[in-house]
Design a protein around this ligand. Structure first.
Ligand code: HEM
Ligand SMILES: [Cu+2]
Length: 843
């Protein structure tokens, strides 16, 4: 018999009333059958999300095997030239955009709430929407291969190769629209992760007690916010160039293909760390558990994560060493590229020190981790080699680079992810994968990997270029290529073993797991259910389960926070971002059709665009918007319950408005994304001017008069003022004044947004004539796009007001619209100042 718990110091008194657990279970009861489509619970969405990412990994990997078969012997003709190009493009794109980024986000959706002991992430429908959008979009993308209309310009899609002139088919459009769309889903996930980590931590988990994995996810999501808009803008510009002939990248009319490279690599370099940091975070959680001791140098590891995230933004130019950039800036970026290996080194030393000090448990995860360390360090070394400019010029576009990138990506993220799969599997439904099969799988993957990719360093140095579908037989590359191909198949067989192992478990053949099988110290190992943990633990250290051996039992008996469902619905505690003090009880949306339909219709909209059914695309487009309205209509519930007792003397409200509300935070992060996208457009304007100032107007003759500038700026200012007055009217419950002001304001914004293209057309500027015209109209269209969204949002706000769901005590919806509104006015003014004043000043 275990002794009863001493409840004096616990947040809630024991024993708990019986109906409490039942209420909790009822609120979180999962839907079954077709209802799965409606589900939002992170435990379910997370698993489907991970499974989909693995499916896309297998598809992309299969393409790689076909490519390797083609390359096994010289002058082979399994794949023709054009199909080979499609294969490597879809393989690279699939691996980078449809496997690597989504799977780290998917693992986050699954793992973060349980590490934070939150009942769910703060926007469950948003992650469910992100998942469905990703699933439908990804499937459509791979299907393009079946019809042989897959993109073939490489995963980085450099123009002019991908411009209309050289890629006239719809292949490139599939990439541009498909990937632009998938990125939207990645951003949705990032918003969820940031707000989740900052606002749904358990009470007591101050910043210094956040698990390393959560830090890595926070940095990664922050990087998505600042990196992904660049690729979204780049794809939008290229797609617009292809569709309407606006010359952003066409040199004859003042555009520049290098613009694409800057925007793409501004995203593409951080992308590598976006993939690697979460994997490193997983490693930093597994190593202490497997070594049974705290991570050595924990604070340094956190600093290294944040530092890597920060510095990786300065490094995009190292992908462009061969493009003719001035030597001085080359040296700078070369040195900086080597410096970024320092934080990676810190982490490697921390892991080795921890492993060395502890008593290591030899699990499958341990093997994958050792494999990761070996391969990743090797990849890092070749990375330092290619950061040396003369060497890069030598190795550029050879198989040496192919070898390097696979060492870093497969070593740096695939091995840790497989380690994590074996390690955290028991937290899914309490069963374990086979240690025996897992060990076989590891060795096949490890040996197969090195046999496949090590020889590529050699063939690369011997001059074999990348992205060739075949080669003559007399260059001495034959044996190396055959060996590579055999290795690739061995590795694939290892992956197959893992899949078989997982399938066995899915069919009920898995071994039941003991509670906390690896004796880990962090919260995700407290037994949990659909509602996550029975009560939300009070955290006092980095490894709460090691420091308080009773914690798991206390939590399961309901002695900690929120042991029931006081308002009878799904809810979790929102805490303050730094101190993690309970602030309010957030009601969470339950299963619903709306976000599923929104994902489906959004995907359909983009697919119609890709196959050039422009008019047809309007139908799913409108349906998608309608689904989003349906989705958000039920969200802002107001304080429909009195404050509730969550334990530990905390009685918290069920609703907070203003800047403490979680959705206000979500909107703020979204606006950071938006602002970054706008900054990329401004960069485009200035960059194109530096390469072709000759297409810019000289003197003021061809520019619209300054009166236009002043008039339009005035309109934006008045519109912003109308919003501020409307906000006051809400506070004073003067509904009619608020409605009038919103309507007037949105009309003013429409006028301002339309005035700009109007006066440009009047002054004779043509978008397709020069890069200058293209970017001026692009900035104007960006503004029109925002106003169209605000028209919809204003309509929604008015509808809520008429339905009695918007007043002084219930104004979260209004506050979010206000943020977007004020941002749009500010953006409009900056944009006008740039396009009207810059040509006047830069003579
Ligand atoms: C399963 C083992 C894998 C094999 C056998 C493999 C093989 C290949 C081959 C043969 C190429 C084409 C090289 C060329 O013709 O230039 C390639 C390119 C590429 N691979 Fe992999 N790969 C594998 C896994 C991965 C993974 C896991 C990732 C990323 C997470 C990845 C990312 C890429 C990228 C980005 C390219 C460049 C595509 C391009 O040039 O557009 N690969 N791979
Ligand atoms: Cu890079």
């Amino acid at each position: 018999m275990t002794p009863p718990l001493d409840d004096a110091a616990l947040p809630n008194r024991l024993p708990r009333p019986k109906e409490e657990l039942e209420a909790l279970k009822r609120a979180w009861k999962p839907t079954s059958g077709l209802g799965l489509l409606k589900e939002v619970n992170n435990n379910i969405i997370g698993v489907m999300y991970i499974a989909t990412a693995l499916l896309f990994f297998v598809i992309s990997g299969t393409l790689a095997l076909v490519m390797r078969t083609q390359l096994a012997v010289p002058e082979n003709d399994v794949l023709g030239h054009s199909l080979y190009n499609q294969f490597f493009t879809v393989h690279g794109t699939g691996m980078m955009f449809l496997f690597a980024v989504p799977i780290v986000e998917a693992i986050g959706v699954f793992l973060l709430p349980s590490m934070l002991a939150a009942r769910d992430l703060p926007f469950p429908r948003l992650s469910a929407f992100a998942f469905w959008a990703y699933l439908f979009g990804g499937l459509a993308f791979f299907c393009s291969l079946i019809f042989e209309v897959a993109p073939d310009g490489g995963w980085f899609m450099y123009p002019p190769l991908t411009s209309m002139k050289f890629s006239p088919g719809i292949n490139a459009d599939f990439w541009l629209l498909g990937i632009g769309f998938i990125e939207i889903s990645a951003i949705a996930g990032a918003i969820e992760i940031i707000v989740g980590i900052l606002r749904t931590r358990p009470p007591g988990m101050t910043l210094d007690k956040i698990p390393v994995y959560c830090w890595s996810m926070l940095v990664m999501a922050g990087m998505i916010v600042f990196a992904f808009p660049a690729v979204i803008i780049a794809t939008a510009l290229l797609e617009i160039e292809r569709a309407f002939d606006w010359p952003f990248f066409i040199a004859e009319r003042g555009g520049d293909p290098l613009l694409w490279q800057h925007l793409f690599w501004f995203f593409g370099h951080p992308e590598v760390y976006i993939i690697f940091l979460p994997a490193a975070g997983l490693v930093s959680m597994m190593v202490p558990a497997l070594a049974q001791r705290p991570l050595v140098g924990h604070d340094w590891v956190v600093v290294a994560l944040v530092g890597t995230g920060f510095f990786s933004f300065g490094l995009w130019v190292h992908h462009m060493f061969a493009t003719g950039i001035p030597p001085l800036s080359l040296s700078f970026f070369s040195a900086a590229s080597m410096a970024v290996s320092v934080p990676a080194g810190i982490q490697v030393f921390a892991w080795i020190a921890t492993l060395g000090k502890g008593r290591l448990q030899w699990t499958v995860a341990t093997w994958f981790l050792l494999g990761f360390l070996f391969i990743f360090v090797a990849g890092g070394l070749t990375g330092v080699m290619v950061a040396v400019i003369p060497f890069d010029w030598q190795a550029h576009d050879s198989y040496f680079v192919v070898a390097h990138l696979h060492y870093v990506l497969i070593g740096g993220m695939v091995f840790p992810v497989f380690a994590g799969l074996y390690h955290w599997w028991p937290t899914m439904k309490g069963t374990m994968l086979s240690e025996r099969l897992g060990r076989w799988a590891f060795w096949m993957m490890f040996i197969g990997f090195n046999v496949a990719f090590f020889p590529m360093h050699v063939s690369g140095l011997m001059g074999m270029p990348r992205r060739v579908y075949t080669y003559p037989g007399d260059l001495g590359w034959n044996v190396l290529n055959m060996v590579s191909t055999v290795g690739a198949f061995v590795m694939a067989f290892g992956v197959l073993l893992v899949l078989i192992d997982m399938a066995r478990d899915a069919f009920g053949r898995g071994r039941p797991a003991p509670e906390n099988p690896w004796k880990a110290g962090t919260l995700e190992w407290i037994p949990n259910d659909d509602y996550a943990t029975r009560s939300i633990p009070h955290v006092r250290s980095l490894y709460p389960l090691w420091d308080n051996p009773n914690l798991s039992r206390e939590v399961q008996e309901g002695a900690h926070y929120l042991p029931g469902a006081p308002t009878r619905r799904r809810e979790t505690i929102v805490t303050s971002p730094i101190e993690a003090r309970p602030q309010y009880l957030m009601p969470m949306p339950g299963p619903h059709w709306s976000h599923f339909l929104a994902g489906l219709f959004t995907a359909a909209h983009f697919i119609c665009l890709a196959v050039q059914l422009y008019w047809v695309s309007l139908v799913p487009g409108v349906l998608a918007i309608a689904s989003v309205f349906w989705w958000v209509w039920s969200l802002d519930k107001g304080a429909d319950h009195p404050p509730q007792d969550v334990g530990g003397g905390w009685r918290v409200p069920v609703y907070l408005q203003g800047s403490e509300n979680h959705s206000w935070w979500g909107t703020a992060v979204l606006l950071l994304v938006d602002g970054t996208a706008f900054a990329c457009l401004c960069f485009t304007y200035v960059f194109l001017w530096t390469v072709s100032p000759d297409v810019w107007p000289v003197g003021t003759d061809s520019l619209p008069g300054l009166g236009w500038l002043f008039g339009e700026v005035a309109l934006w200012i008045v519109a912003a003022g109308a919003m501020l007055l409307a906000s006051r009217a809400v506070a004073g419950n003067r509904s009619w004044a608020m409605r009038g002001l919103l309507l007037a304001g949105v009309l003013l914004m429409l006028a301002a947004a339309v005035a700009e293209p109007y006066n440009r057309i009047a002054s004779g500027l043509v978008a397709s004539e020069s890069a200058y015209g293209a970017i001026v109209y692009m900035l104007a269209s960006w503004q029109v796009f925002h106003v169209v969204i605000l028209v919809l949002m204003t309509g929604f706000t008015l509808a809520r007001s008429f339905a009695g769901r918007l007043h002084a005590r219930r104004r979260v919806t209004f506050d979010n619209v206000m943020l977007v509104w004020l941002y749009t006015c500010g953006q409009g003014i900056v944009s006008l100042l740039l396009v009207h004043l810059f040509p006047r000043l830069a003579v």
